[in-house]
Write a protein of this length. Structure first.
Ligand SMILES: Nc1ncnc2c1ncn2[C@@H]1O[C@H](COP(=O)(O)OP(=O)(O)OP(=O)(O)O)[C@@H](O)[C@H]1O
Ligand SMILES: [Mg+2]
Length: 455
């Protein structure tokens, strides 16, 4: 049954066995070294702790009693806690007699990786150990990646003003880096992305790091203005341009020497689009009701959650204007596409009196966030106001009962379905739960895969 030296997952991994029985140590040494692992052994807790102090170890297998007459398991409990204290992340597998399984279960709750009853089953022990080693490696890699990103962010933050943007995801890091790089150039930037995803935060970063950051920063929400007022708002009016009109400078003039942020660009009328195109091409415009041509020197940043390419096809947005504006296009992904940002943002929005329970954090991770970061901010603010205790639980978040888009749920393949069914002895409900599907969805999946559903 043993496949000598073939299990790559165990190759060059170092396993420490702490057991007073030389026979146990010898057996485990043969078992693991056949699979390419290096085995160290220690006959008592103090010797085991000394080994751990001297050299790096990937996993510990420990006994619960270390003297012939001892049966209480106390020594094993003390050893476990001592190893945990010094090595918080080291996987520890407990070997115990059947009579002491309760103690082992207690220790697993306290953070032991797993336990096996003596006499152990070789195949099961090997599987347990190699899974734990894989998990440890995956965690170490994830932690290294996170550290790298934190360093990259810190480096960016030393050079640029990131305007308090909070993120962990690679996607946002790339986006913010590009924003800081293009900030200095005098080219228009178009920011696209769904509602509440953080388009304005990116615009702020561009402004704050631009050559004109000392100049005015004018924001115009084109979606909030009635269509017939937009032109007057942008370009200004001459006294008497229309009944009751007073002379007024427009936002282009107000932003001269600085940055103009045009939000909700998709709402600009055909006439407004024509004028905007002209300013972009020539720098020239006129106030409403005036023939005097003026010049505007502004850095233009525009944002939209509309599908401008679709609007071009539909004939409601000018293609030439689109190409003028999107010299640089920054696309902010929806929050659901950058799951790593959810918890850092949630913690950022908490006030200093509240924290999130683990169940609440898990619920935030499952929710699909159709309203993106703004919705997350509102959920956390509301929970802080209404929470009855310092720790916000899942119920206090009051998240709407939304399911993730079905398209987003990965469809398990045949092997995944079969092994889930096998693990759950053919129990459809339990297998479905494990696969993250409803019972009906699993039935449909099984039918599609040609698996028998009449068990
Ligand atoms: N990365 C982030 N870090 C911190 N706060 C953020 C981040 N992204 C968004 N926010 C906050 O979330 C809210 C919504 O962001 P923002 O206004 O930039 O979104 P938007 O894409 O412009 O939305 P809309 O399409 O509705 O105009 C704001 O309060 C903003 O401060
Ligand atoms: Mg906005």
């Amino acid at each position: 049954m043993l496949k000598p030296a073939s299990d790559l997952r165990l190759h060059h991994r170092r396993v420490l066995v702490i057991d007073d029985s030389p026979a146990v140590c010898a057996a485990l040494e043969v078992l693991f070294s056949l699979h390419g692992a290096e085995v160290l052994s220690a006959a008592c807790p103090s010797e085991g702790l000394a080994v751990l102090q001297e050299q790096p170890v990937d996993l510990v297998i420990q006994d619960m009693n270390f003297r012939r007459e001892a049966t209480s398991g106390e020594e094993g409990v003390a050893l476990f806690h001592e190893i945990r204290r010094v090595h918080p992340d080291l996987p520890i597998v407990l070997m115990t007699a059947w009579t002491h399984l309760e103690t082992a279960v207690e220790l697993v709750k306290a953070g032991a990786a797993d336990y096996l009853a003596k006499p152990w089953d070789d195949a099961r022990l090997l599987t347990t150990v190699s899974n734990l080693l894989d998990l440890r490696q995956a965690r170490a890699q994830a932690a290294a990646l996170r550290r790298e990103r934190h360093e990259a962010r810190a480096a960016l933050e030393r050079r640029f003003n990131l305007c308090g943007a909070v993120y962990e995801s690679e996607a946002m890091h790339t986006l913010v880096s590009v924003a800081t790089q293009v900030a200095h150039a005098d080219v228009p930037v178009l920011i696209t992305g769904p509602n509440g995803s953080g388009k304005e935060v990116l615009a702020d970063i561009i402004q704050a790091n631009s050559a004109v950051r000392a100049g005015p920063y004018v924001k115009v929400n084109l979606g909030a203005l009635p269509g017939d007022l937009i032109e007057a708002e942008l370009f200004g009016t001459e006294a008497g341009a229309f009944t009751g009109a007073r002379a007024r400078i427009g936002r282009f003039e107000a932003a001269s020497g600085g940055t103009l942020f045009l939000d909700e660009l998709g709402n600009l009328s055909a006439a407004g689009q024509a004028k905007l195109l002209r300013v972009l091409q020539t720098g020239q415009f006129e106030r409403l009701g005036s023939n005097a041509t003026r010049r505007a020197e502004v850095r233009l940043v525009a944002a939209t959650n509309a599908d401008l390419r679709g609007a071009i096809r539909a004939g409601t947005f000018r293609e030439d204007l689109y190409y003028r504006l999107n010299v640089i296009e920054l696309e902010v992904p929806p929050l659901a596409a950058r799951a790593e940002d959810v918890l850092p943002l949630a913690r950022h929005f908490l006030d200093e009196r509240h924290s999130l329970s683990p169940a609440a954090e898990a619920a935030l991770g499952r929710y699909p966030w159709p309203g993106n970061v703004r919705e997350l901010r509102n959920v956390i603010r509301r929970a802080c106001l209404l929470a009855e205790s310092a720790e916000i639980g899942e119920a206090a978040l009051n998240l709407p009962a939304l399911e993730r888009e079905p398209a987003e749920a990965p469809q398990p393949d045949r092997a995944a379905v079969e092994s889930a069914l096998a693990r759950n002895e053919g129990n459809i409900s339990r297998a479905a739960r494990e696969l993250g599907l409803s019972r009906q969805a699993l039935y449909r999946r099984m039918e599609k895969l040609g698996l028998k559903t009449d068990t």
